[in-house]
Design a protein around this ligand. Structure first.
Ligand SMILES: Cc1ncc(C[n+]2csc(CCOP(=O)(O)OP(=O)(O)O)c2C)c(N)n1
Length: 309
């Protein structure tokens, strides 16, 4: 993967690898019931009979999580996830961080564990398609949008040791709850409290419809967040160098508010409104779609050793 300007710098290799592997595992969870490391050409029998889950928002979530988790500028104590439908991404990262293994002994960081993760995703008796009480670290189930920002402030208030990152969906920020929670910044600050780092996940769509924030100019967005008392910081694209530059800037701000622009469905054969859920609908029966799925999975150059760092 190249960074802005087309050059590849080694500095952010770990971040890029995590995004690539978590993206691969997000696709694999939605589609595969066998051939999990693409060890041979994909056949119809490798594809799940019923395709459930949501890919559209996954890449942006993986970008945010990897950049926050492996940043040298930001020591994250908690990650609060808001965007509507990104469970394959969350589950992939919990698996890679071996948090899933703490509650599910079959989620080992090897081929069998990966097979378990994918096979059981959105399967009766297995992992649900959305965050649920069995998800490690879950605070609320997440079925109702709007609470991520409020929960993040709740974690930081009275806990000066906390550095809470919260990813807010642009659709989520249209809810009254999330919008009103922007005001909570006025309660923070001072030595008694921790810090909250909100990141707006601006992928321009809620489910398959356009978001209001996606239609605002940078000037309008910046003025809005400034008005609430934040320092808006735009992450220019979803590369590691842009994200880390933004985090470095945010470190010097009392109340940073990061804005991550990502393309909904990035990596998949469909984008934007066509990528929200399952971008390829029929790779189980359509040879052309099966080839498209194989090409899509191959894009991530997944190797088993990618799991181990
Ligand atoms: C209060 C509430 N209203 C509506 C919904 C239905 N809903 C689920 S996800 C979603 C869109 C969320 O958009 P965004 O936060 O941008 O997430 P993304 O599109 O990136 O998945 C909506 C409207 C809901 N879950 N809760």
């Amino acid at each position: 993967m190249t960074d802005a300007g087309g050059h590849i710098s080694e500095k952010y290799d770990k971040i890029r690898r995590r995004v690539r592997v978590a993206d691969y595992l997000s696709v694999a969870q939605i589609y595969l019931k066998d051939n999990f490391a693409l060890e041979r050409p994909l056949v119809f029998g490798d594809v799940k009979p019923r395709l459930l889950g949501h890919f559209g928002t996954c890449h942006g979530i993986n970008v945010a999580y990897a950049n926050l988790r492996f940043s040298e500028y930001f020591k994250m104590s908690d990650f609060v996830l808001g965007p509507g439908h990104g469970f394959p991404a969350l589950n992939a990262n919990l698996f890679l961080d071996q948090k899933l293994a703490e509650v599910d002994e079959r989620a080992t960081l090897d081929y069998d564990g990966m097979a378990h993760l994918c096979r059981e995703f959105s399967w009766p008796g297995g992992f649900p398609s959305h965050a649920s009480p069995m998800t490690p670290g879950v605070i609320t189930e997440g079925g109702e949008l709007g609470y991520a920002l409020g929960a993040a402030f709740g974690l930081a208030l009275g806990h000066p040791e906390k550095n809470v990152a919260v990813l807010i969906g642009d659709g989520e920020l249209e809810t009254a709850t999330a919008l009103a929670s922007l005001n909570l910044v006025k309660l923070l600050g001072g030595p008694a409290n921790g810090k909250v780092w909100p990141i707006l996940h601006l992928n321009g769509y809620k489910i398959s419809g356009p978001t209001i924030y996606g239609r605002k100019s940078d000037h309008e967005l910046g003025s809005l967040f400034r008005g609430f008392g934040y320092m808006p910081i735009f992450i220019q694209d979803d590369t590691a160098s842009s994200f880390q530059t933004a985090l470095l800037k945010a470190r010097g701000a009392t109340h940073p508010f990061l804005i991550l622009k990502s393309e909904k469905g990035f990596g998949s054969p469909k984008r934007h409104q066509d990528a929200h859920q399952v971008p390829l609908k029929n790779p189980k029966n359509d040879p052309k779609e099966l080839k498209m799925l194989e090409k899509w999975l191959a894009l991530y150059h997944f190797k088993m050793e990618d799991l181990y760092d």
